[in-house]
Design a protein around this ligand. Structure first.
Ligand SMILES: [Zn+2]
Length: 188
């Protein structure tokens, strides 16, 4: 058991407990540490800085804006933003009717989704991204589309959508054709 005082490659000093080094090798090991080994805080800060550099570069390639906030917030938000934007948006070309109840199709919603996606991508607040960290892109887009969808639903109801106003609701059941009428021929 040996507690050995060392100076790390980063310049910080510390104490290492080593039981596996023969006493005649200690001096060589101390020299090796000074040349090659960082203290733990510097080691982890180095990893974090590397991740931040990589995320910054990816963001640049994706054309995303620079983030605002403290250094700590920014490095966290960079990771969160990439993770979220990596997910698929909820509505995709060729999706079947998005909400058949109100006859809103994917085609109707896609342009709105584009706007919402642009708004999300352009958000440069680190704080905002960190607050969204547990959400998927799908959830974020749907949250923002909710108001738009509600308006579209209203419009579809007002202008000939497939869903009757609530007060006409029961009429649907009464419209079922009776026997003989199902094939389109008059039973009479
Ligand atoms: Zn250090």
């Amino acid at each position: 058991m040996a507690s050995i005082s060392v100076v790390y490659s980063c310049g910080h000093s510390g104490v290492e407990d080593r039981t596996d080094i023969k006493s005649e090798s200690i001096d060589n090991w101390i020299i090796w540490v000074k040349a090659n080994k960082m203290c733990r805080p510097c080691f982890f800060a180095g990893i974090k800085a590397k991740l931040t550099r990589e995320a910054t570069e990816q963001a640049r390639l994706l054309g995303l804006p620079s983030l605002h906030g403290s250094d700590k917030q920014i490095s966290w938000a960079l990771q969160v933003r990439l993770k979220i934007l990596n997910g698929p948006p909820p509505i995709r070309e060729g999706s079947k009717d998005y909400d058949p109840n109100v006859n809103i199709t994917a085609r109707d919603v896609l342009p709105m989704q584009e706007e919402v996606l642009t708004e999300i991508r352009n958000n440069s607040s680190s704080k905002w991204w960190i607050e969204q960290k547990d959400k998927t892109l799908e959830q974020l887009v749907l949250e923002k589309l909710k108001d738009v969808m509600a308006k579209m639903t209203e419009n579809k109801r007002d202008f000939g959508g497939s869903v009757p106003p609530p007060d006409e609701g029961p009429a649907v059941e009464e419209q079922e054709p009776d026997e003989g009428g199902a094939d389109g021929k008059s039973p009479f």
